[in-house]
Design a protein around this ligand. Structure first.
Ligand code: FES
Length: 288
């Protein structure tokens, strides 16, 4: 059994990028302690006066009593530079070893810790606690089946990525010759190559939420990365365009920009989708 959350029921918190209020002169040894970090309430972690409350989604289909989705509060000692992932790891290590979430690189590279933090898709390791309203509400990515706590099933997302054949294909290297790319072309595709397959954009997309077959912004961006690469031959480009112009491809995008807004790597996803729409139109133009 699994559960799946939709955004409306999750968006009970307003997210903000503003710094929380800080009392004037409230500094110690060059470090500014936000006012909110000094709450002290009864909880497993509230044993000092510099803690931050995180409210974490919990669900475990295999454990009696945890099968009903709910939230648990943890009070975590705050320190300068603490990320949401740091707070989660502290809560797991100090209070509840069963708290489950994905992470690996801790430097916004592997894409495994995309979460729904204060009502917005973000990477846990890239998100500073000091940049958030508290308590910090941490949920799994919306529109994906929840397997346990903050872990969602990413299989379908990976299948959509695979569907656009996300590998460099060219016949020109068969002779073993180096194939050079112009600076201009590298510049054009530069942003699209930054994708870390975190799924934040896909989770934020209303179209993907309603159409499970929609390729989604990440996969289309991956197609863009290769369609625009001058080192692939025209015939291969045409094959790629055929994939993205199918019924559940680029034409499903309604230019809502939610994917662009949440992308942790600042990829202009919506722009790339629109460019591919133009390429698809050009491909089908006929002059008699
Ligand atoms: Fe790898 Fe955050 S842990 S992106």
């Amino acid at each position: 059994m699994s559960t799946q959350l939709t955004e409306p029921e999750q968006r009970t918190d307003e997210s903000t990028t503003e710094q929380p209020a800080v009392e004037e002169g409230e500094e110690s040894e060059g470090t500014t302690i936000p006012e909110w970090a000094t709450e002290s309430e009864e909880s497993p972690g509230a044993d000092d006066d510099e803690s931050v409350r995180i409210t974490v989604f919990r669900y475990d289909p295999e454990v009696e009593g945890k099968q009903e989705p709910h939230f648990d509060d943890f009070y975590v000692p705050w320190e300068q530079g603490m990320t949401v992932l740091d707070a989660l790891m502290y809560a797991r290590d100090q209070f509840d070893p069963s708290l489950t979430f994905r992470h690996s690189c801790r430097q916004a590279i592997c894409g495994s810790d995309a979460l729904f933090i204060n009502g917005r898709q973000r990477l846990g390791c890239q998100t500073q606690i000091a940049d958030l309203d508290t308590p910090v509400r941490i949920e799994p990515l919306p529109h994906r089946e929840v397997e346990k706590d903050l872990v969602v099933d990413m299989q379908h997302f990976y299948e959509q990525m695979d569907a656009v054949d996300p590998y460099f294909r060219t016949e020109a290297t068969e002779g073993g010759e180096e194939q050079r790319q112009s600076r201009e072309n590298r510049e054009k595709i530069k942003m699209s190559t930054r994708c870390i397959w975190c799924g934040a954009c896909y989770s934020s997309c209303n179209i993907a939420a309603g159409d499970n077959e929609y390729l989604g912004p990440a996969a289309i961006n991956m197609a863009y990365r290769f369609v625009m690469d001058e080192r692939e031959e025209e015939t291969i480009k045409q094959d790629r365009l055929e994939i993205i112009e199918q019924e559940h491809g680029v034409w499903r995008c309604q230019t809502q920009f939610s994917c662009t807004e949440v992308c942790p790597k600042d990829i202009p996803l919506t722009e790339h989708i629109q460019e591919l729409k133009r390429e698809a139109v050009k491909k089908n133009l006929k002059f008699w």
